[in-house]
Design a protein around this ligand. Sequence first.
Ligand code: DAH
Length: 348
Amino acid sequence: MDDVGARLRAVEEDALARLGAAGAVGEIDALEREVLGSASALAEARRSLPDLPDERRREAGRAINEIAGRLARQIAARRAEVTAAEESSRLERERLDITLPGRAPARGAAHLVMQVLEEVTDIFVALGYTVADGPEAETAYYHFDALNTPPTHPARLESDTLYVEHGPDPEGVLLRAQTSPVQVRYMEQHPPPVYVVSPGRVFRRDTMDATHTPVFHQIEGLAVDADVTFADLKGTLAHFAREFFGPQQKVRFVPHFFPFTEPSAEMHTSCFACGGSGCRVCGGSGWIELLGCGVVDPNVFEAVGYDPTAVSGFAFGVGIDRLAMIRHGVPELRLFFDPDLRVLEQFR
Ligand code: DAH
């Protein structure tokens, strides 16, 4: 019997090794037929039991049954394992995604002019300026009188100003054509020193062309302190131009007239369209006006109750839309106000 037992244990060992390697239920079924079926070594050994002498038959029979029992249990356990693995991989393969993708909301962005307006505001905030707001429908007092603009000034003409029908005076209320009245409103409410900027929308009776639209944007600036000079103005505005355009952008100051400043100037920058040689956009001069500025006229201080002998200041008003055009090479101002989004979508 020793050789029968040894032979069958070798069969068992081999069967267990192959069972561990079997990855499919079909393989396990075939293995089961092979090691436990009627043609197996075990069945063969069982058939030859009657030939054994009595004393060895019992022992051999027990050995055969033990081995067959162990193999049957191992096979059943492995079959359960492989069946479960096959089942879960089948479920994985057959998985069906019945969900619908969500609808992505269209992503908006601030208008380029608003982006530039915020950026310019930030440049001055970084210098210590505060931000103030003012009404778009303004009184003639704040817009003209308090800003030292006499009743005969041409800017008051109906051909330039959009008046609003409100109250008894047909020229008492208007859509502001500049952000400068915020200077007056701010100084009325705050004692000096003052360092303030005020961005906003302005309105003019302008005929549309490459650089004019009836609505555009400005940022007003005002600095009032004990000893502010024109040199402070130039330094501040040159700093602003370098911050906004980079150090390469050329600027120049040109004498000008504004009722509320004396002396007054315009700051120009080299034309973005022609680079300075002269074209339709710059009217042939090679320069584009960016802003008006000057040293605050004492009459404005008097109007707000400041003592012109104790304080001095400078002021400026910058065209925001032009800044955006110049830096981004937008050739026509009216593109900013067209409903054609293809232009604006480029500036996110
Ligand atoms: N208000 C002027 C304009 O719209 C710009 C301006 C010029 C503003 C001189 C100022 C200034 O504060 O001092 O053209």
